[in-house]
Design a protein around this ligand. Structure first.
Ligand code: ATP
Length: 207
């Protein structure tokens, strides 16, 4: 089986950038948040469950038959209704877990030795238990805010609200095997990722 490496961090910390670098170095990548979003548009059970929870009006089908989902509406509902948030997670998380298991098997079959799992909520979801190593990407709040705004992740206020709703970085760092501080340039980031990658490689070699 491949070595399973979780990559997490708060909004705008640089998770995706770190994962792209790890892929460039030879790691396989499973993007949990992307898979979760895909399931909401493609999995009939998930779609039915979401309609039951939030009303069928959260889905829209355009003239070409392309389905879209009103994530803002869902976000605003679950923000003030934690039971709906839990129900939504119960609907989606097991399916993301299944997709991850399939990815593990694919890696095993193809002889891929390191599989990274990128997820915004690795600890909150309890998913970290099944991972061998955890990388936390951290950066100071101001930088994260600027980067997230620049990338069009929402308004300043929206991003600040999401930052507050996430675990504080110290809590993530406490549970990490590796911490990557993304407060500098992309070259400085790459140097740290390279070090972590080398460490993962030697770990794999020692197994
Ligand atoms: P989210 O949780 O919002 O998905 P993320 O943690 O995956 O965010 P990225 O998407 O990797 O973060 O980075 C956010 C933005 O900041 C991107 O546009 C990325 O290109 C940019 N960025 C990341 N690290 C740096 C850096 N060291 N220097 C400059 N820009 C950076």
């Amino acid at each position: 089986l491949p070595l399973l490496v979780g990559v997490t961090g708060g909004i705008g910390s640089g998770k995706s950038t770190v994962c792209a670098m790890l892929v460039g170095m030879g790691c396989e990548l499973f993007e949990a948040d992307r898979v979760a979003k895909e399931l909401q548009l493609q999995d009939p059970e998930v779609i039915a469950g979401i309609k039951a929870l939030f009303g069928s009006e959260v889905y829209h089908c355009d003239d070409l038959g392309v389905l879209s989902i009103d994530r803002k509406l869902i976000a605003s509902v679950v923000f003030s209704d934690s039971r709906k948030l839990e129900a939504l997670n119960r609907l989606i998380h097991p399916k993301v877990g299944e997709a991850f298991q399939r990815e593990i098997l694919r890696c095993a079959k193809e002889g891929k030795r390191i599989l990274c799992k990128e997820a915004a909520i690795l600890f909150e979801s309890g998913m970290y238990h099944e991972l061998d190593r955890i990388i936390v990407v951290a950066a100071n709040d101001g930088l994260r805010l600027e980067r997230a705004v620049e990338r069009g992740m929402g308004t300043r206020e929206e991003i600040k609200r999401r930052m507050k709703a996430q675990w504080p970085q110290e809590q993530l760092i406490k549970r990490a095997h590796y911490v990557i501080f993304n407060d500098g340039t992309l070259d400085e980031l790459r140097a740290q990722v390279e070090q972590v990658y080398q460490s993962l490689e030697s770990l794999v070699a020692s197994l």
